[in-house]
Each structure stands twice: as structure tokens, then as C-alpha cells.
Design a binder for this molecule. Sequence first.
Ligand code: FAD
Ligand code: NAD
Length: 463
Amino acid sequence: METTKLLIVGAGPGGYVAAIRAGQLGVPTVLVEAADVGGTCLNIGCIPSKALIHAADEFHKLAQYAAGSPLGISAQSPAINLATTVGWKDDIVKKLTGGVAALLKKNGVQLVQGQAHIVDGKTVDVALAGGKTQRIVCEHLLLATGSEPVALPFMPFGGPVISSTEALSPSKLPGRLAVVGAGYIGLELGMAYRKLGVEVDIIEAQDRILPAYDAALSRPVLASLKRLGVGLYLSTAVQGMSDDGKALRVRDKQDKVTDLPADQVLVAVGRRPRTVGYGLESLMLDMNGSALRIDDQCATSMRNVWAIGDLTGEPMLAHRAMAQGEMVAEIIAGHRRRYAPAAVPAVCFTDPEIATAGLAPQEAQAAGLDCLDAMFPFAANGRAMTLESADGFVRVVARRDNHLIVGWQAVGRGVSELAAAFSQSLEMGATLEDVAGTIHAHPSLGEAVQEAALRALGHALHV
Ligand code: FAD
Ligand code: NAD
């Protein structure tokens, strides 16, 4: 039996960041992980998906050049060696997870590899490799066990039915891929597979893609799906595999049943907090739907039991888990902290990308705020043109009375990098005048941020 001040279960972005910060603050910390450090994000989520998306973009670019290019670039029959691509992606994952392991060590965190089983709010048994069990007793228990993909009840994962995990490590590309769900994963990976030459159909239950975003933001992505030749089936219900197992059977709003030929089916209909299978139920913690209920310090309903990240529900984003983890470590070290970000930015890595922080116009209205909004199109931005990417815009939302900015949205190639400016302006309480009066480098996509603020003030310069 071992005792420690802080015991963290799960070494994803939430758990490992909490452990590093606790280590920095001198809190004796044990971190238990059943798989590889880095969790979903580093091993089977954010990083591998962005690697695959980049490889697919590069390949697609060459394939387009092979058909002629206004840039005067030509290419001949580009080919891709998938094993090398996957190996390159795995190397990035290895470098990052190795880096995390080194940081944990440097900060004095004790990493225990094994499946944790919660005995009570202060006691955890870890099943170690080789069949032994190690009991760890702690003052504070931090739960950071993440989430897992939701399966369709009539079509469990296995064989041709895959989750994002399998889609990120393909040994061979399918000829045809059916993707269920036009959310983050379905669109990011569906587009990447299409760019790698796979015939892709996307089936979405709702009447639009990316239902979490407003129509103006998702419209350029919709146009891009059409350009790429992705089959899109909206307001469509999945019935299961066809009798011969070679197609996905779907039913549209008019009850018309169609078999979509598919070698593989990627199910991306959301993720669920990981709350069962390791004794968590025995703590009888308050729940918030399928997630653990937490307060603004990430405290659960049991004293000195904390929870962060995907386990605590939406938004299931790595940077939220990290911010919560850092905060909980500081609270346990005696700091006064509260989780109250002005905004949690979100980026959808489709082509074009979508980046948001804070409130969209409709959300501001629903919150009872009297706001004005303005957008600046990339069609009027020189840098966007030189990047062959004049689709999309930056939009700002601000209070009408004092011009306090309450939200930013953008769609366009490369707008993920604008998310930092968006979050900073919200966190610092910037007004339209603050952003409009800041000199932005030329030529850059960032100028569209300044111009959106200028436009909201009624005097945009370039539109
Ligand atoms: P996780 O990263 O899920 O880590 C939980 C860890 O706990 C796991 O390592 C697991 O093995 C371990 N664990 C669970 N139970 C036990 C137990 N009983 N004992 C021991 N260990 C246990 N987010 C973004 O912000 N940006 C992106 O671009 C992005 N892309 C994504 C792409 C994909 C394909 C997916 C699937 C997700 C993506 N996400 C992205 C979401 C992001 O991965 C998660 O929000 C993030 O990983 C959550 O971190 P976490 O620490 O809460 O949990
Ligand atoms: P999601 O919630 O983004 O999208 C799920 C989609 O599936 C929705 O559009 C929903 O309407 C649809 N759907 C649900 N049931 C369906 C059914 N039976 N048939 C057809 N469509 C159905 O979920 P996801 O794409 O699985 O991603 C899970 C989570 O992972 C995200 O919510 C996000 O938190 C995280 N993630 C983030 C990023 C990023 O930050 N770039 C990337 C990937 C994943």
C-alpha cells in the first residue's frame, strides 16, 4: 500500500497537466494510466487526426496540381505510401507522449501503469501488469478518465464498423467509406479520407452539417464537401448494414430506403464520458446527465474528490481539460482559484476551418444581450488571396451600448490560428475600439479580425 496527497486517474490532457502543475507546486502526486500517457488527445484524437488531415491535404494538393494549376505548378501521378504516412503520424505521437513522460518525471510525478479501480473516495486499487494489485491511498482523488466513442446500438464497433481510433491508423484505405455523423470527427476525417482518394458518403440525422455552428459558418464547409464530391445524406436515419454486409442501409425523411455501398463505416455520433467499469458508481457522485457534476472548482459532490475533462461533459475539448487540470492542482496546493473562463475557443479542422470563441449573434440574443455584429470577408483580404483561399470571413459580436466584444467566429483556411486572438480579446475584456485600434501585420489573415471590428464601428477600410 502506498499513500500520497494527490492521486490522479487518467493521463490525458486533463490528468497529465494536473500532475505536472501539482509536481511544480511540490504536491506529492501519483498518476495512474491504463494505456499510454497523453490520453485520447495525443494517442488517438487531436494530434493523430491533425497529422492525417495534413497528409491528406498535401496529397490532395499534388493530385490537383496533376490536373493543372493556375500557379503554374504541375505534378505527375502522385502516390501515397499509407504505411509511411501512418508511421510518420505515429512518430509525432511518440515524440509528444515521450515528452509528456519526461515532463512528469522532471516534476517528480510518480506514474503507475495499470487499470485503476476505485474502492472509495480515498482508496484506489491498480491492476498492474503481471497480475499484481497496488493499493494507493490519497488525500485528494482527481478523476480524469475521459470519454469513449458512442456506438450505434444496432451496429456495434467491429469488422467494417469502425470508430475514429481505427480510422486514424488504417492499414489500407477502403474503396468506399460511409461516415455516420456530420459533426467534428465525421467531417474532419471524412474530408481527409476523401482527399486521400476514398469515395465518401456522410450520413447525418439532422437537417444540416455541424449542427453546433450557425449556417453562415458551416456554408463554406458544405460548398467544399460538394467540390470534393462527398455524398451528403441529411435528415437521414441509419438502419444498419445491408443483408450482404456490403452496404449501409439508410432511410430518408420520405421513408425511402437506400443501400449505400461501403467497405467500412466510420461511426462518429458523439462521445460519452467514461463513468463505468472502474468502480466510480460506488461513490454515488451527483451526475449531470451522463457526465459527472462539478462546481466551478471542479469539485464533485464528495469532499476532496475532483473531476476534469471529458468525464465532466461538454465541451469535450483538450484545452478545457488542461485548464481545469492546472486549476485543480493549484487549488490542492492551497491557491484560490475558480474556473470561470470568458470563453473556451473551439476549432473544427475541416477544409475550410471554423474557429469560434464566445457568443454567436443568436446566442448573444438568446442571452438577452443587445448586440451588433459585423463580418469581414476573406475575399477582401490580400493574404487569403495569395493562399488561394478567399472563401470565408471573420465575424465579431459586441454589445451595442459599450462595444464590449462578446464573441468571434471565423471560417476559412488557416483560421485555427486566429483562435488565440479571439480568446485573448475576450479574456482581456477588449472593446471594438481596442481591436480596431491595434496595428495588425500586413499581409495577414489577422487583418480580417481588425477589419471586422472596424466594420462593426461603421468604418471598415477595405470593404
Ligand atoms: P482523455 O484524453 O480521454 O484521457 C483519459 C485517460 O484516462 C485515457 O488515457 C485512459 O486510458 C485513462 N483511463 C480511463 N479510465 C482509466 C482507469 N480506470 N484506470 C487508468 N486509466 C484510465 N479536442 C480538441 O481540443 N482539439 C481537437 O482537435 C480534438 N480532436 C479530436 C479528434 C478525435 C478523433 C477525438 C476522438 C477527440 C478529439 N478531441 C479534440 C477531444 C480531446 O481528445 C478530448 O477532449 C481530450 O482528450 C479529453 O482529455 P481528458 O484528459 O479529459 O481525457
Ligand atoms: P459531434 O457531437 O461533434 O457530432 C456528432 C454528429 O452525429 C452530430 O452532427 C449528430 O447530429 C450526428 N448524429 C448523432 N446520432 C446520429 C445517428 N444515429 N445518425 C446520424 N447522425 C447522427 O461528435 P463527434 O464528431 O463524434 O466528436 C465527439 C467529440 O469529440 C466532439 O463533440 C468534440 O468534443 C471532440 N472533437 C473535437 C475536435 C476538435 O476540437 N477539432 C475534433 C474531433 C472531436
